[in-house]
Design a protein around this ligand. Structure first.
Ligand code: SF4
Length: 420
């Protein structure tokens, strides 16, 4: 019998059967390996281990992942729990270890590993089972959320006196951004901010005592659900652009019951600074496509539109979520025609044909294709997300950088002609 592989999607676009991402579990591993005093144990098939160990080292984890040898024979003969316990014992002997995350991945036997058969603590180290069924998570940003929520559920301190004026900021952002946000929030009466995911185990513990959660990236769904379970308010959106910043500061002030006059003063100052940066519409006349995988694409697109750009197409690897809905509505009311979630590279390519942009922000293969066509392009993660973005200071840095990039159009076209 012959199997026919459909080459057309339901939208009539080209084949979407190519892999769109590395193994999503990398997102979890990235944050679990970076915690100081953490020594991860991975419970999975040897095949996953090869790829994930490589990717983790590539991103500078600087520690080995311990794992029991689990090929098909070992998994079939039920040695999985024994092997994992042995690996935990070895991890606990590492100097300075305080946390042993046990990451169980896709394989049915390890995904269903019974938590009660693992120790909760060995020596000085907490043992935390983190279930990461990577193939069902879809994107590596969302796998970060899975790991963070598992750690917080176990380690977040809910029994000590609470800190009602402490805010937990969630999202991997440019290092100066949390400092700038902390500065603005303290002027409104916030006493402390904790930024997750980070390197400090103590921050995870303290995050359980906070007065509000502010996810700067919109895909931290399990973490948000946990805070809702704890009865701690969650403030959506992010301090991005003129309207977004004002609304976010006001919402945070209300969630923490801060002095409304003080909050209004700080929010208005930030809005005025943003207004003076944006009133000349520095990106007017340009058409920009924003494509990425991190979930922040909508917020970036919003800032570009405020700066005068036409952004007809935005795509992300994350799934649709009520937290991004306000940004989607805002963009669609201002000319964005398509917002694509769980996108495929083929959809981005299709948009490149249809919209003739002056500039694109995108993933590596997409940015490479745009450059081949003589269109200036930037790799989203390394070139854009590695700059300040939030509040008026971040906005100035990002918009200035985009202006510079737009000015390179002629050079790209000269290069393209030369190579042709
Ligand atoms: S089986 Fe799952 S954990 Fe293993 S490499 Fe594939 S997606 Fe990743």
């Amino acid at each position: 019998m012959t199997t026919t592989i459909p080459l057309e999607t339901e939208k009539g676009h080209t084949c979407k059967l190519h892999p769109q991402s590395m193994c999503p579990a990398f997102g979890s591993l990235r944050i679990l390996t970076r915690i100081e005093g953490s020594h991860p144990v991975m419970a999975t098939d040897t095949g996953c281990l090869y790829g994930l160990t490589f990717v983790t080292h590539f991103y500078g984890a600087r520690k080995s992942i311990l794992a029991p040898q689990l090929g098909s024979a070992e998994l079939m003969s039920g040695q999985m729990v024994e092997g994992t316990r042995a690996a935990i014992e070895v991890a606990a002997r590492e100097p300075g270890v305080r946390l042993i995350p046990v990451i169980s991945l896709c394989v049915a036997e390890t995904a269903g590993m019974p938590e009660e058969l693992l120790p909760r603590r060995v020596g000085n180290a907490e043992v935390v089972l983190v279930r990461v069924p990577a193939y069902a998570i879809h994107s590596h940003p969302e796998a970060k959320d899975v790991a963070l929520a598992a750690l917080l559920r176990r380690l977040g301190d809910r029994s000590s006196p609470q800190e009602p004026k402490t805010v937990v900021l969630v999202g991997e952002v440019f290092p100066a951004d949390p400092l700038a946000i902390d500065g603005a929030l303290r002027r409104m009466g916030v006493e402390a901010t904790v930024t997750l995911p980070g390197r400090s185990l103590d921050d995870l513990v303290r995050a359980g005592r906070a007065g509000a959660l502010a996810p700067l990236h919109p895909f931290y769904k399990q973490t948000i659900n946990l805070y809702r379970e704890w009865g701690i308010p969650v403030v959506g959106g992010a301090p991005v652009g003129q309207t977004g910043t004002y609304a976010w500061l006001k919402a945070l002030g209300a969630a923490l019951n801060l002095d409304p006059n003080l909050v209004e003063q700080v929010a208005s100052e930030e809005r005025a600074r943003a207004q003076s940066l944006l009133e000349t519409k520095p990106l007017a006349g340009s058409t920009i496509l924003v494509t990425g995988y991190e979930g922040t694409e909508l917020a970036y697109a919003r800032l570009l539109v405020e700066a005068g750009a036409n952004v007809p197409y935005v795509s992300s690897s994350i799934g649709q979520d009520p937290l991004v809905f306000p940004d989607e509505m805002w963009l669609k009311a201002r000319g964005t025609r398509e917002v694509v979630y769980r996108k495929a590279l083929e959809e981005d390519m299709d948009a490149l044909d249809r919209y003739a942009p002056d500039f694109v922000l995108g993933t590596t293969p997409f940015a490479a294709e745009a450059k081949k066509r003589g269109i200036p392009a930037m790799y989203f993660t390394n070139q854009l997300a590695s700059r300040p973005f939030f509040l008026s200071g971040g906005m100035a840095a990002t918009v200035g950088f985009m202006q510079q990039a737009l000015g390179m159009g002629e050079r790209y076209q000269t290069m393209q002609k030369f190579f042709q």
